[in-house]
Design a binder for this molecule. Structure first.
Ligand code: FAD
Ligand code: FES
Length: 263
């Protein structure tokens, strides 16, 4: 894990990229050179009534101008406070935190499953892989949401030239149905060496964990848990391991092998 630093970062840009979805660019972050896809930052909101920091996956970064991008959906008080902030205001940012994804072998075909606001770390993994020479046609990028409104930043994903499979629960865009159903419909017995990478709602991750174990497809899942401290001290984020014992999602995670955590 890279060295943890706390920095005061300015909001350089804020853009609503879909109804209730915001893209934030923050700078200047001294650790851009060390970021691994799947890592996150822990942000203190400058509101006295919001005590806990909030975790956000690093969506993208630019080592040249030392900025990071975050993508968030307004869900409750924390994200509403973040959405109300303006360029020029600063945030206390701790990170990069967590382990990040392990890169696949170049001869594998990668099944990426990005469920709703779980998309940022999956996008960054695909972006880093393509940049390092992984053939984008071997990346099957499944991006699912409840409706078309939940599939934000599609044009950024398209630029990677992966095979993109959008899916919505109501069929308003792409495949109609669950992301897991979209994956099954595409891969169904056509290829042997797959590897799964996923981030998204609990139900989707549980289904993919089960799918991977049953079909013997290896892979990694990025998990979420409440994170009071973010640095492995408070044990507020622990989850049970399948082999026994517990893991701290903020420290040993948030990325785990399929089958490693009891979901
Ligand atoms: C590793 C990781 C990566 C994430 N990446 C993203 C992302 O890229 N984009 C995104 O939109 N969301 C992301 N999240 C979720 C995000 O951190 C917020 O929890 C979520 O957006 C809830 O929004 P809120 O803070 O507005 O909700 P609130 O309603 O303010 O909080 C939700 C509930 O959780 C409790 N809670 C909130 N924060 C903490 C904490 N730190 N410790 C304990 N309890 C807490 C609150 O008290 C409340 O009960 C990520 C979470 C994790 C763990
Ligand atoms: S959030 Fe405190 S140990 Fe993980």
């Amino acid at each position: 894990m890279s060295k943890i630093v706390i920095e005061n970062l300015a909001i350089i840009n804020k853009k609503e990229v879909g109804s209730g979805y915001f893209l934030l660019t923050l700078g200047f972050f001294s650790k851009t050179g060390t970021i691994k896809a799947g890592q996150f930052v822990h942000i203190r909101l400058p509101r006295s009534n919001i005590y806990f920091r909030r975790a956000f996956s690093i969506y993208d970064y630019n080592p040249g101008n030392k900025t990071i991008d975050l993508l968030f959906r307004v869900l409750g008080r924390g994200t509403a406070a973040l959405a109300a902030m303006s360029p020029g205001e600063t945030l206390d940012v701790l990170g990069p935190l967590g382990n990040g994804f392990k890169f696949p072998n170049k001869n594998e075909t990668v099944l990426m499953a990005a469920g709703g606001i779980g998309m940022p770390p999956i996008y960054l993994l695909a972006r880093q892989m393509v940049q390092k020479g992984f053939d984008p046609s071997r990346i099957f990028f499944f991006y699912g949401g409840q409706t078309k409104n939940d599939l934000v930043e599609i044009s950024r994903i398209r630029k990677l030239k992966t095979r993109l499979y959008p899916a919505t629960d109501n069929g308003s865009y792409g495949f109609k149905g669950l992301l897991t159903e979209a994956i099954s419909s595409v891969i169904n017995g056509k290829e042997a060496r797959y590897r799964i990478f996923a981030c998204g709602p609990e139900g989707m991750l549980k289904a993919l964990d089960q799918f991977g174990r049953t079909e013997q497809i290896p892979g990694q899942l990025s998990l979420e848990a409440p994170m009071p401290c973010g640095i492995g001290v408070c044990l507020g984020c622990i989850l049970p391991l399948r082999a026994g014992g517990y893991t701290r999602v903020c420290r040993e995670g948030p990325v785990y092998d399929i089958g490693e955590v009891l979901l």
